[in-house]
Ligand binder design. Structure first.
Ligand code: GDP
Ligand code: IMO
Ligand code: MG
Length: 432
């Protein structure tokens, strides 16, 4: 249906999904997060105000939008309550507008402990996770020992279930990590408070409500989290997150069939970044990083963990493959302004692996360390794009760069973004 749009990250996350969701939300009726948890960090700059969302959908700034967190998500109650309270302090009312699915799983405090302990234990095999408990929570879900958000609605059942799980977790903590048992009384006390706070936000029908709204022609936006190469199956495994991050996973996490989806907007940076460990073929040398960061609008500190993002040139084969995986109908090119000052800009157009030219990343992650990017160099525009307000006003060389990306990736452009602020966006065609 043309009234249902997925916004999905095409590289390794932090492409600027939050900004595109915010822009499209102006006309949306529903904005939905359907996978991942508060490992995501989506930034919106609205006038003088900046917002960072972790689990709350980026449509929340518009009072007409219903915001939904559906069953594919994992929910850290403490962090969610913090996000709700921070927004309330800034004058936003969320009650009746934020709906959390009973199907979603709870990230418990022991999941966060296990995330940190596993990372430590793995040593050289560590992933560089956000330590938000995402992997341990999804693995408990797959292992059928997770706790669902809906269980908070029947607290005596929740308490009993939690006690059973704690005895299992204590064994794991002692045997695998030599850690002391969980303080079950303190944990239950905390969850008594979380349950009473969250009760009015928990919904038994949110997926049904979203689907019925979509079928009735309401505008529904599904907000992807993370990036395509962090997808648990098709990403650079094992350096991935624990959820599906592709458009198919986003739809699945909202219990939506693929035939409901009208458009898929792939969000792509005009260059590449990555947070955490794992291969990165076009990663920059330190002197090149300094050139990028001489632009004070670069903002390359991770939203959730405050780690420095690793940076790289635009990688066309990587983007082209992910646009296909997602069935992207258009792409949003973000952060063009970060390239404003560069004299030369490189684009990776193919790779060389064992003497052969290949036009697609290899399936097996260890091979990524052996591929050599083949670059084409384009002249930079060396002009500020800051005061641009239309495509025609972009410097000619910036237009050539963007067109080159479009041609190499085989996907039409719907947005060009040249600053963090809402208004620094050129929309090439209407979606909603
Ligand atoms: P997300 O996780 O995909 O929503 O992206 P993040 O919010 O984690 O990271 C993107 C960062 O780039 C944020 O600080 C945004 O405010 C910023 N940003 C988004 N679009 C642009 C842009 O076009 N230019 C610049 N300079 N910054 C941008
Ligand atoms: P948004 O939605 C960037 C990365 C982590 C780590 C790996 C696994 O803001 O684009 P996890 O805690 O998920 O088990 O960590 O995935 N990662 C992200 N990197 N942006 C994100 O989300 C990310 N979510 C997870 O850095 O390398
Ligand atoms: Mg982010």
């Amino acid at each position: 249906m043309p009234n249902v749009i997925i916004v999905v990250g095409i590289q390794w996350g932090d492409e600027g999904k939050g900004k595109i969701v915010d822009i499209l939300s102006e006309k949306a009726d529903f904005v939905v997060r359907s996978q991942g948890g508060n490992n995501a960090g989506h930034t919106i700059v609205a006038g003088e105000r900046e917002f960072k969302f972790h689990l709350i959908p980026s449509g929340i700034l518009y009072s007409n939008v219903q915001c939904c967190v559906t069953g594919g998500c994992v929910v850290d109650a403490e962090s969610l309550i913090g996000e709700i309270q921070a927004l309330e302090k800034r004058g936003f009312s969320l009650l009746g507008r934020l709906h959390i699915s009973a199907f979603a799983h709870l990230i418990m405090s022991y999941h966060k402990d296990f995330d940190a302990w596993q990372e430590e234990l793995k040593g050289d095999l560590s992933i560089g996770t956000t330590k938000k408990g995402i992997g341990p929570c999804y693995s408990d879900k797959a292992n059928r020992i997770g706790i669902q958000v809906g269980e908070l609605l029947n607290f005596s059942h929740f308490a009993q279930h939690l006690n059973q799980i704690i005895s299992l977790k204590n064994k794991e903590a002692a045997h695998l990590f030599q850690k002391p048992p969980i303080d079950d009384k303190a944990l239950l006390e905390k969850y008594t408070q979380y349950a009473s706070f969250l009760k009015p936000y928990i919904s038994l029908t949110v997926e049904k409500d979203v689907l019925e709204a979509a079928k009735a022609g309401k505008k529904v936006l599904l907000e992807g989290a993370h990036g395509s190469y962090l997808d648990q199956t098709f990403g650079t495994y094992p350096y991935v997150t624990a959820a599906g991050t592709l458009a198919s996973g986003i739809a699945a996490g909202a219990a939506m069939g693929p035939t409901e989806i009208g458009h898929v907007v792939g969000v792509v940076r005009a260059f590449t970044t990555r947070v955490g460990h794992g291969p990165f073929p076009t990663e920059l040398k330190q002197e090149e990083v300094n050139l990028f960061l001489s632009n004070e609008e670069a903002r390359e500190i991770a939203t959730t963990t405050q780690r420095k993002r690793r940076m790289g040139w635009f990688d066309a084969p990587l983007v082209r493959q992910a646009l296909r995986w997602n069935g992207a109908t258009s792409m949003a090119i973000m952060k063009l302004d970060v390239l404003d000052q560069l004299a030369e800009i490189k684009i990776c157009t193919a790779y060389r692996l064992a003497g052969k030219v290949i036009d697609c990343p290899p399936p097996m992650t260890p091979d990524w360390d052996r591929i050599e990017p083949i670059y084409e160099t384009m002249p930079g525009w060396q002009k500020s794009t800051k005061d641009t307000s239309s495509y025609d006003q972009l410097p000619d060389r910036a237009k050539a760069y963007v067109k080159k990306i479009e041609q190499l990736c085989g996907c039409k452009i719907s947005f060009i973004s040249y600053g963090p602020q809402r208004e620094k966006t050129i929309q090439m065609h209407r979606l909603f």
